[in-house]
Design a protein around this ligand. Sequence first.
Ligand SMILES: Nc1ncnc2c1ncn2[C@@H]1O[C@H](COP(=O)(O)OP(=O)(O)OP(=O)(O)O)[C@@H](O)[C@H]1O
Length: 645
Amino acid sequence: MVSTVTGSQTPKECEHEFTFTDCMYTVGKGEKAKTLVSDISGRVESGLILSIMGPSGAGKTVLMKMLTLEAGPGKAHGSLRLDGQPFTPALYKQHCAFVAQHDSHAAFLTAREHLAISTSLYQHQLGPAERAAAVDELLEHMGLTSCQHTRAGNELVRGLSGGQKRRLSLAVALSKNPALIFLDEPTSGLDAAAAASIMTFLKESASVKRTAILCTIHQPSYKVFSGFDDTLILASGRPAYYGPAAALGEYCDSLGEPVPPGNSPAEHMLELVNKDFRSPEAVGLVLDAFRPTAGPAATHAFSPLPKTNQAPFPRQTWCLLRKLCKLTYKDPTLYLGRAVAFLLANSFFAVVYIRARVVKQEQIVSRMFLTMWLVGVPAALGVVSTFALNGEVQAVRREVRDGMYHPVAYVLAHTSLQLPMMVFLAISAIGVPAYAIADFNASNFVQFTLVYALMLWAFECIAQLCSLLRNLLLGMLGFLNTWFASFLFCGIFLRKTDVIWPFRAFTYLLPLAWAFPSLNYFEFIDYESIGGAEACSNVTEAGCFDVLGANGPPFRCPDLQPQQCLGLTGPQVLVSLGETYEMIDLDVSTAREALISLAIAVGWKLLYTAWLMRQCNETAVPSTRGRGKSAASPEPPARRDASAV
Ligand SMILES: Nc1ncnc2c1ncn2[C@@H]1O[C@H](COP(=O)(O)OP(=O)(O)OP(=O)(O)O)[C@@H](O)[C@H]1O
């Protein structure tokens, strides 16, 4: 049995301190309730690194999520305090930063550009020269000066190495000057040398920047482990050791399990508590031997937490807009690549329907269907946005939680760029295919383009909404299904009135049904003389298709088959088509339809914004209820001292 440890004297004065006491996390209810972590306590202060280690399934991720106030499926209990104050989402936002296990940099921005953006948001009070100096200092501090102009890269684009990316993530976090940084597995996926170099930079950041660092780590090498000040080892959700990393070897001795020569204490201890290597009873003995130590009753004196103000809202929007513009220029995925894809796809359809380029009776229906393909196919390619934005939104959620900017600033910046890009995409989609190849009526080019751009924007907003689904595949399927519903219920295949409820809602809420009538109107309305089928000349003589009286609407002879003659002028054609395809209408109010399209797009955008804000604000503060008397005013635990074991 290991003796109870009195612990070293916690410094009575320190800059900042984060404590977590008596932490417990449970999922499920009643008989199915399961405790994932329990009885976990620890503390970390400025300048020190606390590592949370444990074999796979020990509860590191659960604990890290709980400490960073991330909402999860279960209930968190315990007391978290920063400088003695209850740890709230607001305190987290102001004074903490999180470095996720998977870096989420914009692949096409360089290390310097990433830091320039984070610095101008976090340190907005500095002038341009001071900010540039701050970026230089961060680059130098994290050893990134030599690769400052290298883009971050991703699986497809070469860029920074894994270790450099991790250091860039740390540098971005440091640009906030946080009191506390949480790191999730900072060395995972790195080779031994890169992991050791990360450790060096972490130590330096803690001591030079006076940051408290708390990180989870799976299996540290000796070099990495020796960089930690304190360590908390978990197994089966319980603490197996908490104290100075340097004292772990002695603790193993006291357990009667000395560290074998050539092994690191961390490696040895992790084997002692790993159920894959030892029996549950043997692991249980190690866990039972651990005695948590009560903290000293002394009150601490802390330096005041720095006053951090988020950049003013217009500045946030402006910085994000600049970042997004830069990305649009450098990253072809989102817009430039799609513009080319639209051009190629629509050119294909224009060539397939090449005979319809001559406006004559036999080709009018083909021309209408060509319009449908020119509209429908690029709309479906909005799925690319769901894919691209799913990655981006993960970074946005994290940055918003870390207080870099407000989610509405991001939505505004994104929308300000998105709107002109929709016009650009519309021109790419129809410019050459519709007007050069298919010879559409150019007199309404501007109106046609604007309605088309509005329709694309509505789909873009739907794609954005789908990108919020955490499962990318479900997001993409969600978008494609919505697009398909829009296509099916656009009014060509089914009359609105024939669609049963609740499916009829699709005919009102989705964009194609509102864009298609206007686009056909703009294409056909100005044709003054349409040649073709012989029947048409007879028809004219018979008086059909004439304007009734002076101002009446055009009409078609009741006994005339549409395939014989659809009309000699654009308005007549619109009337004829409208008899078969209900949504085509000579009397369509294009302004009204455009406003409805706009309202649909704005509706989807508002839905997206609300959901994004909800995701960004999903936090869970552990409750202290139901944890007994000690939980009401828990004391932070004392660090174990090497000499005390
Ligand atoms: N939502 C949940 N419902 C039920 N059990 C869960 C849930 N989340 C996690 N667990 C369980 O809690 C335990 C701890 O999981 P956690 O992900 O924290 O482990 P870990 O230490 O981070 O492991 P690794 O290093 O492999 O990531 C595991 O046994 C896991 O199966």
